[in-house]
Write a protein that binds this ligand. Sequence first.
Ligand code: ADP
Length: 400
Amino acid sequence: MKVLVINCGSSSIKYELYEAETGQALAKGIVGCIGEKNSFIRQDTRGREIRRQVSVSNHGESFELIFENLTNRQNGVLRDISEISAVGHRAVHGADTFIESTLINEDVIRKLEECILLAPLHNPPNLLGIQESRKILPSIPHVAVFDTAFHQTMPPKTYLYPLPGEYYQSFKVRRYGFHGTSCRYVSQKAASALGKPLEELRMIICHLGNGVTVTAVDGGKSLDTSMGLTPLEGPMMGTRSGDIDAGVIFFLHRQVGLSVDHIDNILNRESGLLAVSTVSNNMEEITEEAKKGNEHCQLAMEMFVYRVKKYIGAYAAALEGLESLVFTAGIGENSPIIRAMICEGLEFLGLKLDKAINKDTLGVERIISSSDSRVSIVVVPTNEELMIFYDTLKVAGLNP
Ligand code: ADP
């Protein structure tokens, strides 16, 4: 029995095929630059990687290519696509309509279409992925797993903006949060690494990738999270500004004469690490340049760390205590220097890093706090696809 996990964006489709009985990933791939001159497919099948230029003008053609590759005689892992028993789809924005992973039917598709207003960039490609793959595999269960669902436990005091009520009531303007699938996976893994029940832990999860989310998890439930109506709120990110005074937007519009679309582009694509470092949005490159003495890169690292630290302080207060701080995603898993900078000076919160263990921890699950640290510090590699796979098995009622 096999389960396919799909993450469909506007110009790329990522996919991963799992063996249901063992939870083993059999193949993982991406079709990129869809509709462009340089479209490609890359597939890793048990360590064997193929990459080739292809010509795909839309998502439908890309799905045909994916299924061709999965069933290819030489590099494939399936004899026939009928071996696939269910498909799990990453869905970005489920608004407050979807509080958990859901079996897809016509009614769900209609409700997903209603959510487009809130995520105009992400939800249309997600929907396209669902529709195109259902055309090819119409008679098996398809499951939607939402980035926003985990944060639906937030109480009104954390999810409401202090705005006139009509904007929430009529337009659903509120905080939703993202990276929920990652947070759910990482919180469970961290609790089992610590050998403690999740229900007894107050945890702060720092998902530090290109996008950055800090989340306060109380007994396994999201109490507060740094992203809001859109993924722009929160600490500083790769190309997103994160928190700024909303007045900056009016200033850029009225005094500088920039259009709303231009400001949107600046805040989402031209800010954050990229803007401050003036070099890159990639923390690895920034760290290398900072070591060589580049002052812009040093400042970018300091600002990135400072803004994450402020959230840790805020969420320790919101949780009224803390048992565990967790690092995950590209930077959280792979950058000992950023982790050390974040933890420095937080001994007053009970956080004491083991510097040697931290330095040696790259991309693996490990407790990196010292044995006398009151609060445990843990690195957990995230795996959103695996969580989508587990949810798909459960929601589709498959019993391998
Ligand atoms: P995304 O949000 O796109 O999924 P990732 O979780 O893959 O992003 O994280 C990407 C970030 O992780 C980039 O800034 C990258 O530079 C950073 N990163 C990856 N490896 C390292 C490393 N060894 N040191 C510092 N940063 C790293």
